[in-house]
Design a protein around this ligand. Structure first.
Ligand code: FAD
Length: 326
C-alpha cells in the first residue's frame, strides 16, 4: 500500500501547526492514491502520551510511530523516519517546511538516497502517484515534479499545507525502537521557546513595515514597530535579520519565508535581494527607504526615499500620530 509518512513536532503538549498541516495533506493525498498516512513523533520526556499521539487521528493519521529520542533536533528524527520507511515501506515522506522540516527532509534524502523536491506549494495525485508542484524562475512558473523511485521526499514551503480535521478517530500508536546513529547524539537541545508566531497575522495584514539589516541592531526594530503601530499594520523582516536573531523567524518574508501581498509594503533598510523580492513583489504599493541610491529595491518600488531610516522612520511615525491626533 503506498503510504505517506510525515513528522509531527510537538512542544508543551501540542503539535505544531505546520506539522498538522503536513499530516492533513498526507491524509488527503493518501486517500487519493489509496494509501495510508502515518506520522512519526519523537520525544524523550513524559509529554508524548498515548492520548496526545492519538489526537493526530483527527487530522487523518492512521498510525503514529513514537520513538524515544531527543525532540526538536533533526538527526534523531531522520533515524526514526528512515527506520519506519524501511520497515513499513512508506512510498513518500512529506514535510510542511519550516527550519526543522527542511533539515529532516534533506537528511532523510541523503540517508535513503531518495529524490527530493523542496519549496513545494501544492501536491496532487496522478495515476496513484504523487506529483509535487514547485515554483521556479522567481515564482513566475510552476513545474510538476514526479518521482522515479521510492521513497519520494516532498518538502513544502512554510505553512503551504492547511490544517483541517478530517473527522477521523484515534490514530493507532506504535512504539518504535530506534538505534540512534552516533552523530545523531552529538547535538544537544539547550533551550526551546516559542517564536510568538501566532501573535501577528503577517499574511493577512494590509500594511507591513519591513525591516532589514539597515536597522543596524535588534533594537532598531522598535522604529518599525512604532510606525506599524501608527499605521495599524504589522512588522515583517528579511532573512538576514532573522538569521541574526534580531526578529522572529515567523516575520520573515521571501523565498524561504512567507509570501505576502499587502496594500502597502514599506521596506526600511532592505537591499532588495531576489530572495526577498519573490516574497513581496505582489504588494500593491512598495515604498522603500534606503541610504544607498543604487539599492536594487528601488528598481521595483513605487516610491523610493533615499536617506537614513533612523531619521525618516521616527518622522513618519510622528507625522502619522499628529495627523490622527488632529
Ligand atoms: C537560498 C537562499 C534563500 C534566501 N531566502 C531569503 C528570504 O526568504 N528572505 C530574505 O529576505 N532573504 C533571503 N535570503 C537572503 C538574501 O539573499 C539577502 O541576503 C537578504 O535578503 C538581505 O537582507 P537585508 O536586505 O536585510 O540586508 P542587506 O542586503 O545587508 O541590506 C541592508 C540595506 O540597508 C541599507 N542601509 C544600511 N543602513 C541604512 C540606514 N541607516 N538607512 C537606510 N538604509 C540603510 C543598505 O544600503 C542596504 O541596502 C536568502 C538567501 C539564499 C541564498
Amino acid at each position: 500500500m503506498p503510504g505517506i509518512l510525515t513528522y509531527a513536532l510537538h512542544y508543551e503538549g501540542e503539535f505544531n501547526k505546520n506539522s498538522l498541516g503536513a499530516v492533513t495533506e498526507a491524509a488527503r493525498l493518501a486517500n487519493e492514491i489509496g494509501g495510508e498516512a502515518g506520522a512519526v513523533v519523537v520525544g524523550d520526556g513524559d509529554d508524548l502520551t498515548d492520548e496526545l499521539c492519538k489526537t493526530l487521528g483527527a487530522y487523518g493519521a492512521a498510525k503514529v510511530y513514537r520513538a524515544k529520542a531527543p525532540e526538536g533536533l533533526a538527526q534523531p528524527v531522520v533515524d526514526a523516519m528512515a527506520k519506519v520507511i524501511q520497515d513499513e515501506g512508506y512510498s513518500y515522506a512529506l514535510f510542511g517546511g519550516g527550519l526543522l522540516g527542511f533539515e529532516v527532509g534533506a537528511g532523510l534524502t541523503a540517508r535513503l538516497g531518495a529524490g527530493v523536491t523542496m519549496e513545494v506549494t501544492a501536491v496532487k495525485a496522478q495515476d496513484g502517484k504523487l506529483v509535487a508542484e514547485r515554483p521556479i524562475l522567481q515564482d513566475s512558473a510552476i513545474v510538476d515534479v514526479s518521482y522515479v523511485g521510492e521513497p519520494g521526499i516532498i518538502i513544502g514551503r512554510l505553512n503551504a499545507f492547511d490544517v483541517a480535521e478530517s473527522g477521523g478517530g484515534d490514530a493507532e500508536v506504535v512504539d518504535v525502537d530506534v538505534q540512534l546513529e552516533e552523530h545523531s547524539t552529538k547535538a544537544r537541545m539547550v533551550q526551546r521557546g516559542e517564536s510568538g508566531e501566532e501573535e501577528v497575522d503577517i499574511e493577512g495584514a494590509d500594511i507591513l513595515v519591513a525591516g532589514g539589516r539597515g536597522l543596524g541592531k535588534a533594537e532598531g526594530f522598535q522604529l518599525c514597530e512604532e510606525l506599524a503601530g501608527a499605521l495599524g499594520g504589522a512588522v515583517a523582516a528579511t532573512r538576514a535579520v532573522v538569521d541574526a536573531g534580531w526578529y522572529p523567524y515567523a516575520a520573515q518574508i521571501g523565498q524561504t519565508g512567507k509570501t505576502v501581498a499587502p496594500k502597502l509594503y514599506l521596506a526600511a533598510g532592505i537591499s532588495g535581494a531576489i530572495q526577498h523580492k519573490v516574497g513581496m513583489q505582489s504588494s500593491e504599493n512598495i515604498v522603500a527607504i534606503n541610504k544607498d541610491p543604487n539599492a536594487p529595491i528601488f528598481e521595483f518600488s513605487d516610491l523610493g526615499i533615499v536617506g537614513d531610516l533612523n531619521k525618516i522612520l521616527p518622522k513618519l511615525t510622528e507625522a502619522l500620530k499628529a495627523k490622527k491626533g488632529g
